[in-house]
Design a protein. Structure first.
Length: 360
């Protein structure tokens, strides 16, 4: 007797599975939507993740390359510097600067520096606003006699050429100045100002001008005109590991988004089951002897295989495209699979509350 019941149960289950597969095959558009909508939603999540920079920065014990202090400044064919004020003493000081620049023992200049003299600060501003591109750099002396007086000056760079860091911010972001390799690594000896703001002082010629002015003053004050500018190399300090905070919001969104993406098939599940209930198909099969457990188990097997396939594809996509970099693959696989199976059971639980497939 027990074998007969078991045989009948398995026969009904087999017949119901085949029937449900035929229903899914007939509703091709809905079946395709069930498969691709979750994958499409996960694809959007993956694209967003790829577009967001990696917030995890490793320790940098050896920053990329080093640069000679005057290496980039030497490549300028037109060294134009606006000067305030226009006095005889200032002109004498600038002649000494040019002499030092052109006769340096290690890195002599290839082109003389062109100094544009202005009487006052207002004259400089007037010329700048009239033609901003004509004044890449300006030096404003605080005293009228930099030769015998105190050397105190202000260097201003033109933002149209290069933007030096703000003087009110002493430190840049810990995420900056970390490029060890890049598209321009073979062209520029050290990082550009886009990835490392402090290097703008190098690429703008700021530190080169400062060195020339200071060593010229040392020559004049000491009376030793044979003093040479030493060979100065620039290199960044090592940086410790750092994790950026721009992924915090994304980490909060990921679980919610994945829940929504992986639970979209519940709509089609409800429509199928409630539709059979609405059309009295389920009641008709029960009258013909169908066991209630067979009905639910057949749909659970169909959707169980579906969510297994969906879980495998989703897990492979998430790990291949590095959405999860520090999580075990098996844990994510089990999490998605068990969640999807619970969604199936949740859908079964909701079906008694609906009588119309359209409403469900």
């Amino acid at each position: 007797m027990g074998e007969k019941v078991s045989s009948t149960y398995l026969s009904q289950l087999k017949a119901m599975i085949i029937r449900n597969l035929l229903l899914k095959k007939r509703e091709k558009r809905k079946t395709i939507a069930e498969v691709f909508l979750p994958l499409y939603s996960l694809g959007i999540l993956i694209v967003i993740k790829i577009m967001i920079p990696n917030p995890n920065f490793p320790v940098m014990s050896t920053p990329r390359g080093e640069a000679d202090l005057f290496e980039h400044f030497q490549q300028f064919k037109n060294h134009t510097i606006a000067i305030v004020p226009n006095t005889t003493e200032t002109q004498h000081f600038l002649d000494n600067v040019n002499h030092l620049w052109l006769t340096m023992h290690l890195d002599p200049g290839l082109h003389p520096i062109n100094f544009m003299m202005f009487d006052t600060h207002d004259d400089l501003l007037t010329a700048y606003w009239k033609e901003p591109a004509s004044i890449p750099v300006a030096v404003i002396f605080e005293t009228d006699d930099p030769v015998k007086g105190i050397l105190k000056y202000e260097i201003r760079t033109n933002p149209s050429f290069v933007v030096t860091p703000s003087t009110t911010e002493l430190y840049s972001s810990p995420a900056s100045c970390r490029e060890s390799e890049g598209h321009w690594s073979g062209v520029f000896p050290i990082e550009t100002g886009e990835s490392c703001p402090v290097n703008q002082y190098y690429y703008s010629g700021f530190v080169a001008i400062q060195a020339l002015f200071d060593f010229t003053k040392i020559r004049l004050d000491s009376g030793q005109m044979d003093i040479e500018v030493p060979h100065i190399m620039l290199e960044l300090f090592p940086k410790e590991a750092y994790t950026g905070d721009w992924m915090v919001a994304f980490r909060v969104v990921i679980p919610l988004y994945m829940v929504m993406a992986l639970s979209q098939f519940i709509t089609y599940l409800l429509i199928l089951i409630v539709g059979e209930k609405e059309n009295k198909i389920k009641e008709g099969m029960k009258i013909m002897g169908l066991r209630d457990s067979v009905f639910w188990l057949s749909w659970f097997i169909i959707y169980g295989v579906f969510v297994l396939f969906l879980t495998i594809i989703s897990s492979i996509l998430l790990f291949t495209l590095r959405v999860f970099q520090h999580t075990n693959f098996l844990l994510i696989f089990l999490l998605i699979l068990l969640y999807s199976l619970s969604i199936i059971m949740f859908g079964f639980m909701l079906t008694p509350f609906f009588d119309k497939a359209r409403v469900s």
